[in-house]
Design a protein around this ligand. Structure first.
Ligand code: SF4
Length: 177
């Protein structure tokens, strides 16, 4: 029997949730025995593949590129997990929402730039008006809050999902790390 197909995705987050995933240490080997990691910042696959069983999503949806990617991920994933507070609430990326897109870009790329002042129009993905939690854009099956969620909690969720069960994360608060 083939193993479940596992993916992890990094949207607008600091990578701390992926660092916490790596903190599972030797349990990573066990997960690798039980699932095929088919897409992740940790592997070299360029395109999100079809027919993924479980995808962990770190980060908020903040740019047009994030938006395109999360729709693609959702369409190709059976069970989608919002991993960490940025995915669950928009958290740190959402702090820019009251400021507005134009003043934010002006501050970052013009006022605080010492060289090459100017708001980029190529390469850097265009920002959405607001940074949004993942579930406000696509359906989410499992919420795993925390900034970051601890390695133990991430392992718990993966262990349950790979065993074919739905993890009960209702009691986990955003102080779950
Ligand atoms: Fe980083 Fe915390 Fe956001 Fe995870 S939830 S991406 S650790 S800021």
């Amino acid at each position: 029997m083939s193993k479940p197909r596992l993916a992890t995705v990094w949207l607008d987050g600091c990578s701390g949730c992926h660092m916490s995933l790596l903190d599972m240490d030797e349990r990573l080997l066990e997960i690798a025995e039980r699932a095929d990691l088919v897409y992740s910042p940790l592997v070299d696959t360029k395109e999100f593949p079809p027919a993924v069983d479980v995808t962990l999503v770190e980060g908020a949806v903040s740019s047009e590129d994030d938006l395109r990617r999360i729709h693609e991920v959702r369409a190709r994933t059976k069970t989608l997990v919002s991993l960490g507070d940025c995915a669950v609430t928009s958290n740190v990326p959402g702090m820019r929402n009251p400021i507005g897109e134009a003043p934010l870009l002006q501050r970052a790329y013009v006022e605080n730039a010492t060289i090459n002042q100017g708001i980029p129009s190529v390469v850097v993905p265009r920002l959405l008006r607001r940074s949004r939690p993942v579930h406000s854009v696509v359906a989410v099956d499992v919420f795993l809050p925390g900034c970051p969620p601890s390695a133990d909690l991430i392992y718990f969720v993966l262990d349950e999902l790979l065993a074919g069960r739905t993890p009960d994360t209702a009691g986990i608060t955003h102080f779950g790390a």
